[in-house]
Design a protein around this ligand. Structure first.
Ligand code: M6R
Length: 362
């Protein structure tokens, strides 16, 4: 049932404030608070290894920034298909964490099995409670996103980020690595996040207008810095998956190490940049793109738009949010941009060619 939406993907994008709100209250005040408290004592953990595929991997990549910053634990991330065959050494004091919407992804499950008997604890973050990955882990945290039908993952991604943010805060508290007042402030930010996602959804028409022009592109670059870098990768994946437009995500600072050679007056470059401590550096990368006549779509907040929208092709103003957690709300913009571009191109949004919802074979 698409509840009046044209596609499951648009329904699932629209559900995000509700499912994220439900998730945050379950973990902060409700039945899941115990599951979070029962995760390992991170004061005794030396290293975290986060493994997943596709969009779930990008959620891990965002989480690396959060956990290293807030909890000061070294975090290694890898895609499951590489991790499992690399036979990486798993030293004592390692917690291995596997993220999967379906809980059945073959490579992720094989990577989990590789860690059995090696890691101190195996943690799963899943949407399907009775899935293989949930069952074979030592403990599992549910993302409670509800059934996700669209092949392009949307609400599962934001709820994966929700659980991983809560886990980062828990780990930080265990280790005393961030002052308690700061952790409380960040919990407050998470509580406000569903409202921020609702405000982000209001940008739907503005994003559709940008997408109608983006649909003519053959190549699109996405740039981001810090926790927005993995979101640039996710934005590019979402666009290529459903619109079949070639898209690549890069760390903004990598631009002049190669990708800028691709920029010409036909190349849209989507810059995901809330006004954070490194905003000026990203703006200077963006100016390099504009100097080569690249068409910049700047996705930023009000303050960012005030200082940096000159010369952009489009500027989309997102609701204010703590830059640390901006990947959660900016994900909505990336999803809507891909969605409307695909709709403009007339592709099969919910069932893109060559893709399966759950990749249970290698
Ligand atoms: O079920 P999983 O989370 O393990 O799936 C992982 C990937 O196959 C999945 O995220 C895929 O990349 C999506 N189609 C992305 O939208």
């Amino acid at each position: 049932d698409k509840s009046g939406h044209r596609h499951f993907m648009s329904k699932e994008i629209a559900e995000q404030p509700t499912v994220l709100g439900d998730l945050i209250s379950r973990y902060l005040d409700g039945a899941e608070a115990e599951a979070l408290a029962a995760t390992p004592d991170f004061a005794k953990v030396d290293r975290l290894v986060l493994v997943a595929c596709g969009t779930a991997f990008y959620a891990c990549h965002v989480a690396k920034y959060w956990i290293e910053k807030l909890a000061r634990i070294p975090v290694e991330i890898d895609v499951a298909s590489e991790f499992r065959y690399r036979e990486p050494p798993i030293t004592a004091g390692t917690v291995a964490l596997f993220v999967s919407q379906s809980g059945e992804t073959a490579d992720t499950l094989a990577a989990l099995r590789y860690c059995q008997g090696k890691a101190d604890h195996i943690l799963a973050v899943v949407n399907v409670a009775e899935s293989s990955i949930a069952r074979e882990a030592d403990s599992a945290l549910q993302i409670h996103a509800g059934v996700e039908v669209g092949v392009a993952s949307t609400k599962a991604f934001t709820n994966q980020l929700g659980v991983l943010a809560l886990l980062a805060l828990k780990a930080a508290a265990d280790r005393g690595a961030t002052p308690p007042e700061e952790l409380e402030r960040l919990r407050g930010t998470l509580r406000q996040m569903p409202g921020i996602l609702s405000q982000a959804l209001v940008r739907d028409e503005a994003i559709a207008a940008i997408a109608s022009q983006l649909a003519e592109a053959t190549d699109v670059l996405f740039l981001g810095r810090g926790p927005m870098y993995p979101l640039a990768l996710e934005g590019a994946l979402k666009l290529k998956e459903i619109s079949y437009i070639h898209a690549e995500g890069y760390a903004s600072g990598e631009l002049k190490h190669g990708p800028i050679a691709l920029v010409d007056d036909k190349t849209p470059v989507v810059v995901l940049a809330p006004r954070d401590a490194l905003f000026d550096k990203t703006v200077s990368n963006m100016q390099e793109v504009m100097a080569r006549h690249g068409k910049v779509v700047l996705i930023t907040d009000r303050k960012g738009a005030e200082t940096a929208s000159d010369g952009t092709w489009h500027t989309l103003v997102m609701p204010e949010v703590d830059p640390l957690f901006a990947p959660i709300s900016y994900a909505v913009a990336a999803q809507l941009l891909a969605y409307h571009t695909a709709v403009a191109k007339g592709t099969d949004v919910d069932q893109p060619r060559n893709l399966a919802k759950s990749v249970t074979v290698e």
